[in-house]
Write a protein that binds this ligand. Sequence first.
Ligand code: ADP
Ligand code: MG
Length: 243
Amino acid sequence: MADPITAPAPPDLEDRPVVELEDVHRVYPGTPPVRALDGVRLRIGAGELVGIVGPSGSGKSTLLNILGTLDRADSGLVRIDGHDVDRLSDRRLSALRGRRIGFVFQQFFLPPGVPALDSVADGLLYSGAPPERRRERARRTLERVGLADRAHHRPHELSGGQQQRVAVARALVGEPSLLLADEPTGALDSASGAGVIELLHELHRAGTTIAVITHDRNVAEELPRQVHILDGRIESDERVGRR
Ligand code: ADP
Ligand code: MG
């Protein structure tokens, strides 16, 4: 029987949101305990570009870790790409994460000394594709992020903005159902940051589902949907008609 995590979703699942959270709680133990997420409800449909906005300590990274299945909720429903995370073993959760979710962080986390093409191709290790096929897909994805001519450059030979584009390509090469970015412009000057955000807009126009955490108001204002979080609760969820 086909593995439900690796097989394409059956047609009746296609209209399902990529993300469904209902009454999600996450408490970090301690004295006192920290209620990092306190009853979060969030749906993200296929093809959306959503900004998650809020001050430091409001719970953004905790939320992203749960969306990315890097962490589990203490209670509530978490359904990612149609899979009820609570019912998956750690092993199956890793498979879901490896195949269906792409991550971009503030730090680029590119392995030093490794050419861009190989870093991106490594994003397909989970796919089981043979090396030549991985490199071909990596080449095409580097092209998508505007770095076809930098495929053989190592991280120290690339600007910060270019390194982040490589990281985006690595996250994207497996065609994930969900691309998650936590402050992707946080380590960049404003011009390179704007370039990375424009890239996310381009990917959105091409159909990728993206959730991006930012505390940069200028970045947030340009996003078609903004979810504001404060003290672990969603304060507002606005769709902007601009795009
Ligand atoms: P943000 O990303 O919006 O800055 P976080 O999700 O990182 O917020 O943190 C939310 C709250 O949970 C903060 O008060 C933070 O101090 C606390 N917190 C985050 N991670 C942990 C942890 N591993 N253990 C204990 N408390 C944590
Ligand atoms: Mg954070």
